[in-house]
Design a protein around this ligand. Structure first.
Ligand code: GLU
Length: 445
């Protein structure tokens, strides 16, 4: 019999100073411990011990020359967490605070998220402590080349298929793929999120945000409600927030906030026009990591140094970074009448915020379910590359929609409580875990 606290004590001993990984692991283990104990084969095969230990971790030096001719040194990583279901799959994050512990949390989460999509993908994650802020285009190119010069040794279309994440978008994927091709002379689509002209998939840039809105629409439908007319707070201003803002607006909701490290924008008119969406992509591409210019351009309010969760809304979609919504924020949202909190960033809510939201029977969805649309369309990009074809936007969008509906159903199936409340966290964890655990059992140790 597994016991949560003794298992976690051992995990903490093995992984000191990795609080985010331990937070993510506890969240999953807590949800699946009963299922595990009901299936003695899981214990026999030491599934919990094995599933919390990455298959392997690569760490490497990345050296590059800045615009002044000075040599800079960063650290690069790739965590290949679990390949029970398919090639390792997961994004690359470039962020100054990135550590191995953060990547282990992300790779662990990715394993269950990818399982939920039902596509044949294992879980991995990588990146660097390189800070794109203030870097020129040429510096980003030189960094990406150097990073890929090492990373290419560990990846391949049937081994490990990286994509974007924070700080890694279309431009960075292009530079990385260019270097991969230079070294390997292969057009196998080893990265996803590529440009359309060289193997990328339509709808991939929008997919995470679109998927979150499709998932939210399913949650609402279960409560005989719709997203139309809802007032929404979104954090972040990058690729994920951009897709979420566009789809929410298209479905008739009003998004009133976006945010950056400098503060948040309150736009009472709604962030609902192509001009405003285009400005978000401009802000992201400018590498300044600020949203304040939006306020000046569109006559909206800028609230410096604060997060958007203090704005009264019906629904909140954290779209920026892990632990961006604290217990205090959750209390404020609920006190102001919010009924839905949908994590669109990975582990967007702090652990105590999640517990509070579930206790209060708020419709809360964890990132690994709600934000799986991004990696799902990455999986579709892999399929298109393997078949050497391109699907239309309508085809990809329909498949994305079907995947999100299916993930929602899996959560409902495994997470419905006796009182009818749907514990999406538990549902997503159990559904994602079962498939990986069963595959691991079938393949032996
Ligand atoms: N970084 C995204 C995620 O967190 C996408 C990963 C991918 O497309 O491989 O799921």
């Amino acid at each position: 019999m597994y016991k949560l606290e003794s298992f976690m004590a051992e995990l903490e001993k093995r992984n000191p100073a990795q609080p985010e990984f331990l937070q993510a692991a506890r969240e999953v283990i807590e949800s699946v411990i009963d299922v595990t104990n009901e299936n003695p084969i899981y214990e026999k095969y030491k599934i919990l011990e094995r599933i919390t230990e990455p298959d392997r971790v690569f760490a490497f030096r990345v050296e590059w020359e800045d615009d002044h001719g000075d040599i800079q040194v960063n650290r690069g990583y790739r965590v290949q967490f679990n390949n029970a279901l398919g090639p390792y799959k997961g994004g690359l994050r470039f962020h100054s605070s990135l550590s191995l512990g953060t990547l282990k949390f992300l790779g662990f989460e990715q394993t269950f998220k990818n399982s939920l999509t039902t596509l044949p993908m294992g879980g991995g994650k990588g990146g660097s402590d390189f800070n794109p802020r203030g870097k020129s285009d040429a510096e980003i190119l030189r960094f990406c080349r150097s990073f890929m010069t090492e990373l290419e040794k560990y990846i391949g279309p049937n081994t490990d298929v990286p994509a974007g994440d924070m700080g890694v978008g279309l431009r960075e994927i292009g530079y990385l793929y260019g270097q991969y091709k230079r070294i390997r002379n292969e057009n196998t689509g080893v990265l996803t999120g590529k440009g359309l002209s060289f193997g990328g998939s339509l709808i991939r840039p929008e997919a995470t945000g679109f998927g979150a809105m499709y998932f939210a629409s399913q949650m609402l439908a279960r409560n005989n409600d719709t997203i139309k007319g809802k007032r929404i707070a979104i954090s972040g201003f990058g690729n994920v927030a951009w897709g979420a803002v566009m789809k929410a607006s298209e479905l008739g909701a009003k998004v009133v906030t976006i945010s950056g490290p400098d503060g948040y924008i309150l736009d009472e008119e709604g962030i609902g026009t192509p001009e405003k969406w285009a400005f978000m992509t401009y802000l992201r591409a400018s590498n300044n990591d600020v949203v304040e210019p939006y306020a000046k351009k569109f006559g909206a309010k800028f609230v410096p140094g604060r997060r958007p969760w203090e704005v009264p809304v019906d629904m909140a979609f954290p779209c920026a970074i892990q632990n961006e919504l604290s217990l205090e924020d959750a209390k404020t949202l609920v006190a102001n009448g919010a009924k839905y909190v949908i994590e669109t960033s990975n582990m967007g809510c702090a652990a105590d915020a999640t517990t509070f939201l579930i206790e209060k029977k708020i419709n809360y969805a964890p990132g690994k379910a709600a934000n799986a649309g991004g990696v799902a369309v990455s999986g579709l990009e892999m399929s298109q590359n393997a078949m050497h074809i391109s699907w239309s936007a309508e085809e990809v969008d329909a498949k994305l929609h079907a995947i999100m509906v299916n993930i929602h159903e899996s959560c409902v199936k495994e997470g419905t409580q006796e009182d009818g409340y749907i514990n999406y966290l538990k549902g997503a964890n159990i559904a994602g875990f079962r498939k990986v655990a069963d595959a691991m059992v079938l393949m032996g140790y």
